[in-house]
Design a binder for this molecule. Structure first.
Ligand code: B12
Ligand code: SF4
Length: 504
């Protein structure tokens, strides 16, 4: 491995920690008012300082890297890669640094989108080196300390200019809640097949509330990090851990007189187990939870559920019950649905469309958040399959880091994610139809972007699907739509993606 500068494999000395731009906003030269605090980057920065580094920050959402003074004044540079698509924007930052004379060995990458580029078993970083030659990848383990779970970003936030804090605190923040999910769905790139562990929710929330008070804010919005909010309510879990975290939120919010609004992700079965306890349900409300993204992946077909190892063959029934309960109890039920995996067929895709439409119709508070699956992403179970590693799609992906943009959750199925043309068009047909229904109802939280194409839009969708897609795009790019054809789609790709709401 090319861990330079010190034996532990983590950057030392003066380190500039960089948050890359949102993948569809790579060349934007003005501050993005919807910029979110890069929580993982600050958490990593705190852990590095505990090991002796002196950390500063740069957020490309707010300022272009090339406009920063004394950019070459640091010993080392850290770049965060939050999800797979950000390999593309991280590479943009890497190239910028190399262009201004920074040596690759001074550059360190970390984050869940990049960690999967190292082979866990052997530590081999060959794949990483193909994309970021000469630089370093920091493994998750090398940042673990005895205090890992009780760390806060208090000291790191002090380094953020107040005009940037103002922007971050007007937008949704990340609340360190827990990490890990016991299940092992094969398309999932999260921290799977591990026991859920809790962060120090109280201290992390307190850190935010102190700043909110300084900024005179009356409320804060949070996305909590739990992968499955109800996991402790499943057999062998310990609901006491969740109960304690909820108690901390209620207490801190009252103490500071600042309202907190939280959204979280959950499995349907764990949600149902959790809300059986009336006292716990009341605390969830009191702690400001207002929306649950309920994982519906594969729900329309038992065969698909089985193939993706979802761990709940009755998901369809559980989804209905969970939505029923959530809506009746004042929570927004969110249809979190990854569809178009290799196990889907035209029939199951059609059933998915029917199920999502039924949920939207039946539950008038529900909201749609559906994504065309990306079966193979670094770190998930599929990525390790030999037939993937020898495929043309893999070779194309690895030949140019920019192609990772096509593995974004929100990106339409494309020649890398769905090499089979017929299925690619089927997936996009259902994705566009479903998105159109949700747009029409005004209950949509996922927005489709246009992938990089080999030829033109005819490889992505039929003329019929395109007509519906144009209707959706009228919401964001009404001036471009009249000129848009399947043939000229590549010419307008970047401009349209820039206007489509950011994936949150
Ligand atoms: C909060 C969150 C969001 C928020 C982020 C807000 C923000 N600015 O931080 C929102 C909702 C915007 C979001 C968006 C996306 N997300 Co998200 N998100 C999460 C979530 C729930 C928590 C992340 C978190 O903060 N964890 C806590 C911190 C402490 O952990 P961490 O981020 O892993 O950081 C640690 C290490 O990775 C490392 N590290 C991180 N950066 C660096 C940098 C350096 C230099 C070093 C040395 C170390 C290091 O140190 C940290 C401490 O150990 C996770 C799920 C989860 N439970 O992790 C998904 C997750 C990370 N997201 C994911 C994805 C894919 C995305 C998207 C890229 C989706 C897409 N469109 O493709 C988008 C990106 C859109 C965008 N705007 O850029 C995936 C990543 C999967 C993968 N392997 O690729 C996850 C795991 C969700 C999932 N179930 O699949 N997300
Ligand atoms: S999709 Fe959800 S349930 Fe499945 S492994 Fe990932 S986090 Fe766990």
């Amino acid at each position: 491995m090319t861990y330079s500068s010190n034996e532990s494999g983590v950057p030392q000395g003066r380190v500039l920690m960089i948050n890359p731009p949102y993948v569809h906003q790579k060349d934007v030269d003005h501050a993005d008012k919807s910029a979110q605090l890069p929580f993982g980057l600050l958490y990593a920065g705190e852990l590095l300082e505990q090991r002796g580094a002196k950390v500063s920050y740069h957020d490309c959402q707010l300022e272009r890297l090339v406009d920063r003074n004394e950019i070459d004044a640091y010993d080392n540079y850290g770049i965060t890669v939050m999800g797979t698509q950000n390999i593309a924007s991280a590479n943009h930052v890497y190239k910028t640094l190399i262009d201004i004379g920074i040596k690759p060995e001074q550059i360190f990458f970390g984050g869940q989108g990049a960690e999967g580029l190292i082979d866990e078993a052997t530590g081999d970083d060959k794949e990483f080196q193909m994309l970021f030659p000469g630089s370093n990848i920091v493994s998750r383990e090398s940042l673990y300390t005895r205090n890992y779970w009780s760390t806060t970003i208090r000291l790191q936030l002090k380094k953020i200019p107040s005009e940037h804090k103002d922007i971050y605190f007007n937008n949704e923040l990340v609340l360190a809640w827990s990490q890990g999910c016991l299940y092992g769905c094969n398309f999932c790139g999260a921290q799977i097949m591990q026991k859920e562990r809790f962060y120090d929710v109280k201290e992390n929330l307190k850190t935010y509330l102190e700043i909110a008070r300084e900024l005179d804010k009356k409320s804060l919005d949070f996305y909590v990090t739990a992968l499955d909010f109800g996991q402790q309510a499943l057999p062998h879990g310990n609901p006491g851990l969740l109960n304690a975290a909820l108690g901390d939120v209620i207490m801190m919010s009252e103490r500071y007189g600042i309202e907190v609004h939280n959204r979280a992700l959950t499995r349907a079965d764990s949600y149902l187990a959790l809300v059986r306890d009336d006292a716990l349900l009341k605390r969830i409300h009191d702690a400001g939870f207002y929306q649950f993204g309920i994982g519906a992946d594969g729900a329309s077909s038992v065969d698909v559920l089985r193939a993706m190892h979802k761990g709940d063959l009755d998901l369809k029934v559980h989804i209905m019950q969970a939505f029923e309960h959530a809506q009746a109890n004042g929570f927004i039920p969110e249809i979190l649905y990854v569809f178009g995996t290799e196990n889907d067929t035209p029939e199951t895709l059609f059933q998915t469309l029917q199920l999502c439409s039924e949920l939207l119709k039946k539950f008038d508070k529900s909201i749609y958040r559906g994504f065309p699956a990306k079966d193979f992403i670094p770190g998930n179970k599929n990525w390790k399959r030999p037939e993937w590693k020898s495929s043309e799609a893999y070779k194309r992906l690895m030949s140019e880091a920019g192609n990772f943009e096509d593995l974004g959750f929100e990106t339409l199925a494309n020649t890398i994610s769905h090499p089979n043309k017929k299925m690619r068009k089927e997936v996009n047909a259902r994705a566009v139809e479903m998105s159109y229904v949700a747009h029409t109802l005004g209950r949509v939280q996922s927005f489709l972007t246009i992938p990089i194409m080999e030829k033109d839009g005819t490889e992505l969708m039929s003329a019929g699907t395109f007509e519906i897609f144009r209707e959706i795009l009228k919401n964001y790019a009404p001036d471009i739509v009249p000129r848009l054809t399947l043939e000229n789609l590549p010419d307008y790709r970047k401009e349209i993606n820039l206007r489509v709401p950011k994936d949150k």
